[in-house]
Design a protein around this ligand. Structure first.
Ligand code: PLP
Length: 454
């Protein structure tokens, strides 16, 4: 590395997020300088097929000029305003109306009638936690405050969202989780089913364990349950058969609010506009982000049912103000870009495209099951997870010290394919615009990466 190169300056000044800082200090990293379609390019001109869509998020790839133009127009018209103190601006009104019109609503579910905008999935989930506490104070149930997440669930990295998340590395030495956060089982069928246990029986066991957790902790103290339709950061884990069908009645039975975190799944990732549609979920609160603006601007949303908003209204009458909000919440440029993103999904038929290309993607990955390192391939839409195993049939993992997932990720990157390892699980979530030919290239490079490690 040249002493004053861009990479040397990066190493000198930037603290990288979710990075092993010691390894980064030793080996350095990659600086991405451009993008076209589903590809990005580094500063040496090397091109990579971005099979993670950045951070599961760049749904329209890296060169969607319609979004750049809308951002430029909005910056000239009104570069900034806020929604504090009863003031507002049109881009937030237009986005709110459009988003609520397409919000998930399964038969039997309460409609989501209000929306709050923030800058990140973490902020929306963090706000949801505060709001869930506020709501229970408002309705005279001040003891109902505990939140249940799931092991390996991921909902963000603020103090509260890292607490509801179930990733031990996000708790260790951060003095988390906070008290009042509980964790239900990780519904990862392949890893955790018992010999001969069917998916349905496994889901029943997960549901029974959840009910026991609620009863052991006094249902009168449990406020909400948080779940991603497909667990992303936990390893791209699709729910086993009937899992949510069995979980949801338990939440109803104990009067527990259901927050569905659509931060990754929302806007077509699972082959429906929402994960709620794919898995028939009936939430009280929904968060989304990432693909809301195709990641061209930082924006996220928290959608609410009317009963929660009514309680907020009652508190406002009592307390004088709803005392929450961030300077850049509902930023007009981000709102304008998000609105254009939703228009593009509609006009370009992005969800239909996902449905067409998903079988090519999932079958392509399943064709790798003949590889000796492959244990499991699972997925839905353009959301796939691969389990690397020393012996897939017997579910014998590689020794963790070998860091096989990291090796595969590094080999793929050397070949021009960006994937994400989560331990020995590999997640693949390419931009939603990926074509069948690009999927074939992805599968070919991935096999090559596996071969190079084997
Ligand atoms: N929820 C889920 C399901 C996520 O995957 C993420 C981020 O990956 C978040 C919330 C947090 O979003 P952000 O990184 O925008 O704060």
């Amino acid at each position: 590395m040249q002493p004053n190169s861009n990479r040397a300056r990066d190493k000198a000044y930037v603290v990288h997020q979710h990075t092993n800082l010691a390894i980064y200090d030793r080996d350095g990293g990659t600086l991405i300088t451009g993008g076209d379609g589903v590809y990005v390019t580094d500063e040496d001109g090397k091109r990579y097929l971005e099979a993670m869509a950045g951070m599961w998020s760049a749904s329209l790839g890296f060169s969607e000029h319609r979004l750049a133009e809308v951002a430029y127009r909005q910056m000239k018209a009104l570069p900034y305003y806020h929604t504090f103190y009863a003031r507002g601006h049109l881009p937030s009104v237009d986005l709110a109306e459009t988003l609520l019109a397409i919000a998930p609503r399964q038969p039997g579910a309460e409609p989501l009638t209000k929306v709050m905008f923030h800058c990140s999935g973490s902020e929306s989930n963090d706000t949801a936690i505060k709001l869930i506490w506020y709501y229970h104070n408002a309705i005279g149930k001040p003891n109902k405050k505990r939140i249940i997440g799931r092991h390996r669930g991921y909902h963000g990295c603020t103090i509260a969202t890292a607490s509801v998340s179930g990733n031990p590395t996000m708790h260790q030495d951060f003095d988390l989780p906070l008290p009042g956060f509980l964790h239900a089982d990780n519904p990862h069928y392949y890893r955790f089913h018992e010999e001969g246990e069917s998916e349905e029986a496994f889901s029943q066991r997960m549901a029974d364990n959840l009910e026991r957790l609620i009863l052991d902790n006094d249902p009168g103290t449990i406020a909400a349950f948080f779940a991603e339709p497909v667990q992303g950061g936990g390893g791209a884990i699709t729910p086993p058969a009937r899992y949510f069908e069995l979980i949801q009645p338990i939440l109803k039975k104990y009067d527990i609010l259901f927050l569905v975190d659509e931060v990754i799944c929302g806007f077509g990732r699972t082959g429906s506009l929402w994960g709620c549609q794919t898995y028939d979920l009936r939430p009280d609160l929904v968060t989304c982000g990432k693909a809301l603006s195709a990641s061209y601007q930082p924006i996220s949303a928290l959608m609410l049912t009317q009963k929660i908003f009514d309680a907020m209204m009652a508190e406002s009458e009592k307390l004088g103000s709803f005392a929450h909000g961030y300077t850049h919440s509902a930023h007009p440029v981000a709102c304008a870009v998000a609105l254009e993103t939703l228009n593009i999904y509609e006009s370009d038929g992005t969800v239909e495209h996902v449905r067409r290309v998903a079988p090519v993607f999932l079958d392509g990955l399943r064709s790798l099951l003949d590889h000796p390192m492959m244990g499991d391939v699972r997925g839905v839409g353009l959301f796939a997870g691969v389990e690397l195993m020393a012996d897939g049939g017997k579910r014998i993992p590689f020794p963790p010290a070998l860091k096989v997932g990291q090796q595969v990720q590094d080999e793929c990157q050397a070949l021009g394919l960006i994937v994400r390892c989560i331990g020995d699980r590999i997640a693949l979530t390419p931009p939603l615009i990926i074509t069948a030919d690009e999927v074939a290239e992805l599968v070919r490079l991935f096999r090559q990466g596996l071969d190079n490690v084997w």
